[in-house]
Design a protein. Structure first.
Length: 297
């Protein structure tokens, strides 16, 4: 039975995953390389819990219980000693993930399941960095994690039925809707989403229409809650680029080749919401306003 959770990475996805598990009553160990990153992650969790309270969907007591379920660590080996499940939510970098999974395999208990929140990297390749490929699985949460219902559950080549069933059923206890997916670049969500975002950037690059005009067409014409360029800003343009590169390398199909504008924006440090500028300009007040709107839905 899964009770003790370790989440590696206190960034946007990691703190959201930790928040979700903790609010559902799990004991969570949140790990990052610095206390500063952990403090920032906890601050975000606290802010998001306050937004849920403001909507009337959580009490102050439940907020305290949720925060009380989270313990922070800067050393992975100290955090995973009694873990039933470790969820890796580090940067979308294959080399880094393989290194982390080697460490997870070394320090976590023998029966512990090792999961990754990767958006696109092969679960089979990640599992090969361990000696427990049958217990390695993908749990691709959507951002913002406390709100979005979908979790893609991705089986690697050697993932056992027992591991899949345990994660699939546990995801339901989080209030999520798990969807079974096989191990191909981009899985389902990003295999469909990223070419749309890339084509939107191509449309802008070719001067067909401006940023707001492209987003307005997709919101009003296709009933998307957020335009593709705004969504790219929210995901992070560096993350979009990394996912497209993984799919391009995996499929060798030019339709997945990142648009030059996206490449240049990432090189220039224009990464979207997280850097304060992407396709849109984000001051701190505007950034807070956009996030608040998402939690008010």
């Amino acid at each position: 039975m899964i009770k003790n959770i370790v989440v590696i990475g206190a960034g946007t996805m990691g703190n959201g995953i930790a928040h979700t598990f903790a609010q559902s009553g799990f004991q969570v160990h949140l790990v990052d390389v610095s206390q500063e990153a952990l403090d920032k992650g906890l601050k975000t969790i606290t802010t998001n819990l306050d937004r849920i309270i403001a909507k009337g969907n959580l009490t102050e007591e439940q907020k305290s219980e949720t925060l009380g379920n989270i313990t922070t660590f800067t050393a992975l080996q100290d955090a995973v000693g009694n873990a039933d499940l470790v969820v890796e939510a580090a940067t979308e970098n294959q080399e880094l993930k393989l290194k982390i999974f080697g460490q997870m395999d070394e320090f976590a208990p023998e029966n512990c399941i090792l999961a990754t929140n990767t958006s696109s990297i092969s679960i089979t390749k990640i599992a090969a960095a361990t000696k427990r490929a049958d217990k390695v699985i993908g749990m691709h949460f959507m951002n913002p994690v406390p709100i979005m219902k979908l979790v893609e559950i991705i089986k690697g080549y050697s993932t056992s039925k027992e591991t899949f069933d345990a994660i699939y059923e546990m995801s339901k206890t989080l209030g999520k809707v798990p969807v079974e997916v096989n191990d191909y670049p981009g899985f389902v969500a990003n295999r469909i989403l990223m070419p749309m975002i890339n084509e939107s950037i191509e449309t802008l690059y070719n001067g067909v229409a401006g940023v707001e005009e492209i987003d307005t067409v997709m919101k009003l014409g296709m009933a998307h809650p957020m335009g593709p360029l705004q969504l790219a800003d929210f995901i992070g343009l560096d993350v979009c680029l990394a996912i497209l590169n993984v799919m391009y390398d995996g499929f060798k199909n030019p339709k997945y080749a990142p648009n030059p504008l996206l490449v240049n924006m990432v090189m220039a440090g224009k990464l979207g919401v997280k850097s304060g500028e992407g396709f849109y300009d984000y001051s701190e007040s505007k950034k807070a306003e956009k996030v608040a709107k998402m939690f008010s839905k």
